[in-house]
Design a binder for this molecule. Structure first.
Ligand code: DX5
Ligand code: ZN
Length: 218
């Protein structure tokens, strides 16, 4: 499959969100990446249900909602109700990850597991057959605009082998510090979905930047 592009709205202009949503609608982007932060699991607070509902009302592509929150189980139904199509939860906060993943799917959303850069990819082996995607953090979560962590390439390759070994259908998504300088190498390593925030929105022409990410060849 050709890789997918998921621009992160965390770096959009919140005073003019509608313009940025329309830009993504009309671009080669595949998903909207929506970062939810609670100020507890990560040292930053972003936005919640009402903004996501409003984004949903204008977005013409799936909402990929990345929960950086401590107790995701409490809010799965709320995220379904405000329009999430894909919901990713962090491995580090899910004591009963198998149950959480299956609950997300039961609610009619695609379910993903996220791991921070220090978590060994091998720990995912038993959950891979249940997961629709795995999101590998390539920065420590909480902020846009951080530097890409180079060990991510090896982590992607290891995860890809594990996905094949377990006959999992999970997509590999990468989030943090992704730009046109590392996109090709990430796709070569096996990434299926590239999240990119600050690089897209800081560029002079975000739609053209998305096109370059989409056209990055392995
Ligand atoms: C970081 C978020 C990312 C962030 C990526 O915690 O999960 O999705 O928006 O931003 P960039 O592309 O600027 O690293
Ligand atoms: Zn994210």
């Amino acid at each position: 499959m050709q890789h997918l592009i998921a621009p992160s709205l965390l770096s959009a202009n919140f005073l003019n969100l509608s313009t940025d949503i329309e830009m993504i609608n009309n671009s080669l982007a595949d998903w909207f990446h929506i970062d939810v932060m609670d100020g507890h699991f990560v040292p930053n607070i972003s936005f919640g249900f009402s903004i996501i509902s409003q984004i949903k009302s204008q977005a013409k592509k799936p909402l990929d909602v990345h929960l950086m929150i401590s107790e995701p189980d409490r809010y799965l139904q709320n995220f379904k109700d405000c329009g999430a199509d894909i919901l990713t939860v962090h491995y580090e906060v899910c004591t009963h990850l198998h149950r959480t993943i299956n609950q997300v799917k039961k609610l009619g959303m695609k379910a993903g597991v996220v791991i921070n850069p220090h978590i060994n990819v091998a720990l995912l082996e038993d959950i891979l057959p249940e997961a629709d995607l795995v999101l590998l953090m390539s920065v420590n979560p909480g902020f846009g605009g951080q530097s890409f962590i180079e060990s991510t390439y090896n982590r992607i390759s290891t995860l890809k082998e594990l996905i094949e070994k377990t006959n999992s259908k999970a997509l590999i998504e990468v989030d943090g510090g992704v730009d046109i300088n590392n996109a090709s190498k990430l796709v070569s390593a096996g990434a299926n979905v590239l999240v990119s925030g600050s690089s897209v929105f800081k560029s002079d022409n975000p739609a053209a930047y998305i096109e370059k990410l989409k056209n990055s060849k392995p």
